[in-house]
Design a protein around this ligand. Sequence first.
Ligand SMILES: Cc1ncc(COP(=O)(O)O)c(C=O)c1O
Length: 433
Amino acid sequence: MKLDAYWMPFTANRQFKKAPRLLARSSGMHYWTHDGRQILDGVAGLWCVNAGHARPRIVQAIQQQAAEMGFAPPFQMAHPKAFELAEEAVKLAPAGMTKLFFTNSGSESVDTALKMALAYHRVRGEGHRTRLIGRERGYHGVNFGGLSVGGIVSNRKMFGAMLAGVDHIRHTHDLSRNAFSVGQPENGADLADDLERLCALHDPSTIAAVIVEPIAGSAGVFLPPKGYLQRLREICDRHGILLIFDEVITGFGRTGQPFAAQTFGVTPDLMTVAKGLTNGCVPMGGVFVKQVIHDTFMNGPEHLIEFFHGYTYSAHPLACAAGLGTLATYAEEGLLTRAATLQGYFGEALHSLKGLPNVIDIRNLGLVGGIELQPIAGEPAKRAFNVFLDCFDKGVLVRTTGDIIALSPPLIVERQQIDQMVDMLRGAIQRAA
Ligand SMILES: Cc1ncc(COP(=O)(O)O)c(C=O)c1O
């Protein structure tokens, strides 16, 4: 097979093409490589495949839809499954988030939410609210909006000045006070007050929205300190700032409730999703919106478009079919709350790795786990990458960011498979010492 033409995303292309890792098939908790090796999926593909692989209802829904109607224009036209999926999805969302706008990815969801926030303020006569606030070490995809509010240096540094008028609050990662926390860390609610600092600097009347991940995933599994999200909510309310939760990885059961907003008891104004919405089978994202925000747009002559935004593939028929099959599977198998019943077992298994060489932190909540390693001096990210390669070689797929290993298995995972993942990780971490 020729590997030349494909320039791979977020990949060490030269390393990969010397020793390719090709996946050919998947089912349930497993992938199979092109040469037939079985790989236990420790990361739900890429935080996507929450119901596990090749689930029959989803497969059938996509196949049937492809035969029935492969595309329908989404502007000034629609098809029934778009409405059905939105109706089913908003039933799962926090109270008051009654509207859903469809996109095709997490990055598009983020840019859509940022644009909605700016336009919302303008429609209600506060067009001076133009600033967007993100957080250091946040990940909100790779489009210019999400990149601008994101806070991962390597993702940003090549791409110029990005959006104007963006600022960042401090991140919450604090090993000196919170290492080896089980569940939410005790210390750091006060870091939310950094938003007050930016309000004092810019004046709150210039700020449209703040966006954070309830749990930062891609940047390395950072859990919100107890009380932190509540405090952010209070500050936003005090100053008329919209709060956006980026639930692209936390949505659809990852934390033990349908959304992390429910797990943490804090309702945002807008909520971005993707990945688990269709179990990763067909690209799709969305933005859940509070009724009052949506209704603010519904003014002026009725024949005019209210929000000049959308994508050719918004509410794509195959994605809607996949989404309906996915939500039905979640409901039938109780998957959206299954992480809550497994988190104790999962947490204990992960924390049993404490004391291994170079393990400087372990953190967990729901079915999300992070293991942070001491970097090799002068070679950041190498130790964790070695663990990733070793795990893949032995038969388990994990993910790494820098020297942090992330686990986020499909929500159908069984206890014995958790043990298997952790055992393989134990060996790989020991070998990487
Ligand atoms: C929190 C968050 N937001 C946005 C994105 C971007 O999603 P996508 O890669 O589908 O554009 C991701 C992807 O991992 C994410 O974790």
